[in-house]
Design a protein around this ligand. Structure first.
Ligand code: PEP
Ligand code: MG
Length: 323
């Protein structure tokens, strides 16, 4: 298995009937970028930046952040690197951010909500990100978008950050701006949101949690948590349709991207990119290289027509037993 994975490393993820898909890695620290490349990944689909803000008493400076972003972009060049702005709150605690003790932290003050409240915090991060764009192929991604106004406001802050860099005569390059689709309202409004951004990346961990009203970290209710639930699949399909109609890039960076059983559905829905934990890449690549894209389309439609998660799971078990 290990040897096969190694020979697979330099091959593209392409189906026997010629559909190519990018397999990217999720990382939470710059040191992990090399594991993406050695696993055969062709980009980073989610660079979580929380580590920069944790285990300290004040936020990291612009220069400190720039150094971390530059390192990853440089190492991955010319491959894309999707860097997500701070996704604090919810289950990710950062003491100095004045996140109140909340009854429902997952529904509370988190992610982009913090960035749009503490604007200077987000502007500093955006300045570091924009500066890093000269070092590689940068995609900036905003987490927990629920409404159009948040994107517009976040884009205004990008402009503000860029003009502050202009004032200092600092150089930067091209970059793409996108959002996570991880709240049902964003999936439902995807067509409108797609007009504002260059790419979508579906965060199925939170999308599943919010669609099914199941805490993603509570093992007592894990039986109710299932990214193969048809309601989740329908929201993913809506998001995909909107991305296709508006001709923007479509990816997924939740755990579902590395689930072999979900693969035919995701292939069939026309994803450009699947981003997963680096060790999952070889297995998914091997499956992509065996699965007919035409068949995947039929499987996706079939799964979407089913009535509950168990039915979908059983069907996909059969599909994968005899692809
Ligand atoms: C997600 O919600 O699916 C996701 C990728 O983000 P995180 O797990 O960091 O919330
Ligand atoms: Mg999330």
């Amino acid at each position: 298995e290990q040897e096969e994975a190694l020979s697979l490393k330099d091959l593209p993820a392409v189906t026997p009937d010629g559909l190519k898909i990018e397999l990217w890695g999720n990382i939470a620290h710059p040191d992990e970028a090399s594991a993406v490349l050695s696993s055969g990944g062709s980009g980073i689909g989610l660079f979580r930046t929380e580590f920069l803000f944790m285990n300290r008493n004040t936020p990291p400076s612009e220069d400190e952040q720039f150094e971390a972003y530059r390192k990853v972009l440089d190492e991955m060049k010319p491959h894309p690197v999707v860097i997500r702005t701070l996704d604090a709150g919810g289950d990710k605690e950062i003491p100095y951010l004045n996140i109140p003790k909340e009854d429902n932290p997952f529904l509370g003050y988190r992610a982009i909500r913090i960035g749009l409240t503490e604007e200077q915090l987000l502007i500093t991060q955006l300045k570091a990100l924009i500066r890093s764009s000269i070092c590689g192929n940068l995609y900036i991604m905003f987490p927990m978008i629920s409404s159009l106004w948040e994107i517009r406001r976040a884009k205004t802050l990008i402009q503000k950050a860029a003009s502050q860099l202009d004032d200092k005569g600092m150089r930067y390059g091209k970059l793409k701006v996108g959002i996570m689709i991880e709240i049902p309202s964003a999936a439902i409004m995807a067509e409108e949101l797609a007009k504002e951004v260059d790419f979508f990346s579906i965060g199925t961990n939170d999308l599943t949690q919010y669609t099914l009203a199941v805490d993603r970290g509570n093992s007592k209710v894990s039986q109710w948590y299932d990214h193969l639930h048809p309601a989740v699949l329908k929201l993913i399909a809506m998001t995909s349709k909107a991305a296709k109609t508006q001709k923007i890039e479509l990816g997924i960076c939740g755990e579902m991207a590395g689930d072999p059983f979900a693969l035919p559905v995701l292939l069939g829905l026309g994803f450009d990119e699947l981003s997963m934990s680096p060790p999952a890449i070889p297995k998914i690549k091997r499956l992509v290289r065996k699965f007919q894209a035409e068949r995947a389309k039929q499987v996706a439609q079939m799964a979407l027509s089913m009535k509950d998660a168990d039915e979908v799971r059983q069907y996909l078990n059969e599909v994968m037993a005899k692809p």
